[in-house]
Design a protein. Structure first.
Length: 251
């Protein structure tokens, strides 16, 4: 074999090795390879080691199947009762169909973010401020259902939507603080009035019992004297009831 033949053989071997290494691909357990062969979609590749045809014949797009956390930036909304607020949220979603995530939408993460922002503004605009603050779990479930329905054609599954913060204007915050203070004062007055009513009922019952048995008034009087006598810091002059004198005379 002459030198020219050896050189040709070496070149061929180098080309073959380059082709082999160029066609070798590895996909992690959480990845799938979407392959286009001459523009046509072929079955998914991975996970693990697989080969594609190099030199532009096959085009590979790797898709991550793990759950993606997406921060929705603050959105200015007007609630159903005409209150302006800023609301931000977080969305957890994942790709369940890698082929559709590549073929049905240009950028599925950006598309999911945009549809989440518009849905957030539209859905929360149908709720009042009280509903937004009190029924957050119900609103989260409604947002998750709406966004999931819109992203389903893209092979995206939205698992959780959570409203993080609701920022209100300072004037509204002061008004809500006054309302809460007034509510606390109202409850305190109701509790106080209920206590006064119960006390008056007990006093009425005691007065009725004393009217039936006059001796109880005398006993109560003597008990009061005992309580006063325990205080040694002052001198107290008190009258002696006629009923008590009559009682002593009879004895």
């Amino acid at each position: 074999m002459d030198f020219g033949s050896v050189s040709i053989l070496v070149v061929v071997l180098v080309i073959i090795l380059v082709a082999v290494f160029s066609s070798l691909r590895i996909a992690n357990e959480y990845e799938r390879g979407v392959v286009f062969r001459l523009g046509r979609l072929i079955p998914l590749k991975g996970p693990g080691l697989f080969f594609i045809i190099p030199f532009g014949v096959d085009r590979l797009v790797k898709i991550d199947l793990r759950t993606i956390t997406l921060e929705v930036p603050p959105q200015e909304i007007i609630t159903n009762d005409n209150v302006t607020a800023k609301v931000n949220a977080v969305i957890y979603f994942q790709v369940v169909d890698a082929r559709r995530a590549v073929t049905q939408v240009l950028n599925y993460i950006n598309a999911t973010s945009q549809i989440s922002q518009t849905t957030l503004r539209a859905a929360l605009g149908q709720s009042t401020l009280d509903e937004l603050l009190a029924n957050r779990e119900k609103i989260n479930q409604n947002l998750q259902r709406i966004i999931d329905e819109q992203t389903e054609p893209w092979g995206i599954k939205v698992a959780v939507v959570e409203i993080k913060d609701v920022e209100l204007p300072s004037t509204m915050q002061r008004a809500m603080a006054k309302q809460a203070e007034a509510e606390r004062e109202k409850r305190a007055k109701i509790v106080h009035a209920a206590g006064e009513l119960e006390a008056s009922q007990k006093l009425a019952q005691a007065a009725t019992a004393m009217a039936v048995e006059p001796m109880t008034i005398t006993l109560r009087y003597l008990q009061t004297l005992t309580e006063i006598a325990s205080e040694k810091n002052s001198t107290i002059i008190f009258p002696l009831p006629i009923e008590l004198l009559n009682l002593l005379k009879t004895k």
